[in-house]
Ligand binder design. Sequence first.
Ligand code: BEZ
Ligand code: FE
Length: 320
Amino acid sequence: MSQSAEDGTRVVRIGAEQRRREEALTQRVLDAFAGAESPRLRQLMTALVRHLHAFAREVRLTEAEWDAAIRFLTDTGHITTGKRQEFVLLSDVLGLSMQTITINNEARGDATEATVFGPFFVEDAPLIGNGDDMSFGAKGTPLWVEGRIRDTDGNPVGGARIDAWECDADGRYDVQYPDDRTACRARLFSDDGGNYRFWALMPVPYPIPGDGPVGRLLQAAGRSPMRAAHLHLMVSAPGHRALVTHVFDANDDYVARDSVFGVKESLVRTFEDFPPGTPAPDGRTLDRDWSKVRFDIVLAPPDDPPDPDAAVEIAAEPPA
Ligand code: BEZ
Ligand code: FE
């Protein structure tokens, strides 16, 4: 028997025979996966089936809703190309990307927290020296970024590789323009004392791609597509866990409602603003407003190597 609760959710009371049938079906599916050779695949698939069936039963999933979900996933597949990954975007707005990152970057001492990688990283960004400018002429307010990289015991990490990337003042990454420009991205290395510094641009909030099924989902749910203003940093050094993170601007409204749940309080900084003529940390005098942020980074010790016996392999192609 179906009725609507006060908040509009569907409430269905089912009888004993109906419950028995639903539980028996779930058990048959679980049994079908019980023989999987890989214990990890068995664990993943049986937990997935348990949670999926519990979800369908809890919400009393209708056939029309199941059909709509299949169409949504089909659209998600159709819009996905080598350059556009709508499934990752879906995972992002569901918070699954951030949950997976949180699980896999276990808290270690005061190590800097990780956040989403995003789709706009480019492997061969220009190499710059400490103090150089990674904006390469893109539009925006100059931002001096500085910090020190250390390990969880307090030792400086010299020679750490830092990749930094961000959008311009119009909220677009270089790869989103139709030309071949390279801007707002660079690679540099920390000095012997673990220090790094470079010029970037003041980050601005920007929308995640909204012209596909994920955009339609956000709209239907009354959710904003905006990402909180951030600068991406990826830091790696031998003997340390690689870190993918952002620094966020405390004065940005979207810090409290980032569309992909990437904001962690520990990554939010107050950016200082300066008027034209104020000498910058590198001795230059700018004839325009500029800002400054300090972001010290703590690298965690390396993770244990993965257990090869726990690997899950599903053949990419069906057997011939
Ligand atoms: C980004 O920060 O670049 C990003 C992250 C997730 C989805 C879209 C963009
Ligand atoms: Fe980004």
